[in-house]
Ligand binder design. Sequence first.
Ligand code: ATP
Ligand code: MG
Ligand code: MG
Ligand code: MG
Length: 471
Amino acid sequence: EKLGLNQLRERYLKFFEGKGHLRLPSFPLVPQNDPSLLLINSGMAPLKPYFTGEQHPPRKRITTCQKCIRTPDIENVGKTSRHGTFFEMLGNFSFGDYFKKEAIPWAWEFVTQDLQMPLDKLWITIYQDDEEAFEIWNKDVGVPAEKIVRMGKADNFWEHGTGPCGPCSEIYFDRGPEAGCGSPDCKVGCDCDRYVEFWNNVFTQFNRDEEGNYTRLASPNIDTGMGLERLACIMQGVDNLFEVDTVKNILMHICKTAGVEYKKSEKEDISIRVITDHIRSTTMMVCDGVIPSNEGRGYVLRRLLRRAARHGKLLGIKKPFLHDVAMVVINESKQAYPELEEKAEYIRKVIGIEEEKFDITIDQGLTILNDFIAQAKSGGIDKIEGGIVFKLHDTYGFPLDLTREIAFENGLEVDEEGFKNEMSIQKQKARDALKTKGAAAWGDNIYSKLDKSITTEFVGYRQSECHARIE
Ligand code: ATP
Ligand code: MG
Ligand code: MG
Ligand code: MG
């Protein structure tokens, strides 16, 4: 029998508890005391104060399964087999305690003994100059030299400006030639879906100073990250991370709502996978206290929800449906994230309101856009006018990237300069209006009623959940 996603998460955390790690619950997606980051994008991100020494960790060995959002990966979603804007990252961390000599053999033990992955499918990458890692993989663990691939700084060196940094080593799984691009040059590191990177082990051993000098840290750290969905995809032998057990249940629900069958048409499948991904990320974001708005993380949420709504239209779904699908997400993940169940009603409401709001204007907006596209095509125009893009944004609630996506599907671009111009004209008008009319000029915020009844209060590191609730 195949291990489910929820079982795999538990297997990993238990394994590292067995190696002396303290298990902490996932931190919220909204960073606490970290203005440099919009949303948590790795297991390491919320633990940064422990790495820099600003704070003392409750134990020198910690293991977590962290909720992550990576919106820069949005273009890949539904197209590659391995990217989501939301995913869960398993991680084991050492704060000045164990290092490569332990981390590498443990990773191998988990993958090859605990999970019994076939040895011949596994590949290792290391940073080109990391002889220490090579020796451990080759001599201690017994991986043949030809399966240890050396990579450059771009791929296998983790560094973020100044501060702690270091080489990393990744584990890849070969899904076979059928899964790949078929190019004779296809090898580990190829962008196609054959060799799937699933576990990154970062060896934070240097400090980088202002001048770019690297000095060895007295007590180096370990920071690892393994995508839970990717692991499940490999272990369950499915095509992509949307076909992993719990995620597939969400996908099937969407198919049922739309009355379409999965794997009948590639175009529909992309829409199905986009919705599946975006409803996961948005459900998790709302649960952690993000509310749709026109800026910051609220806008990230809005863009994802509206993109999902539009792909729903493409599948022929006529009425708001995302708030229902959110309930499936909650059901599949509540075991690991009990806060989802506690806030189910609240999540349903927030997503429902946003959907209803967009539902009023989306059809009109699409009609205007499609008319313009038809005209442009017959008139030899290759750009959507800034004025139209702005009107879609301002009157019909189309985020710029949504208009861009639709334009792109039709072989057109959008006039971004023109759009930005219109935006700044509008901002100036709003500023002028504010001067003459006062705060009332800001108009009605659809969430204001809801806002007042929600208390969003973060209670810090020890407790993973935020208390957003409807009284
Ligand atoms: P890729 O090269 O595939 O985009 P990455 O090198 O950006 O991945 P890391 O920053 O090394 O990823 O993150 C550690 C692990 O998290 C990856 O090895 C992978 O298993 C998982 N991961 C990263 N991005 C995603 C994503 N968008 N969706 C699902 N899992 C992901
Ligand atoms: Mg990436
Ligand atoms: Mg990578
Ligand atoms: Mg990586």
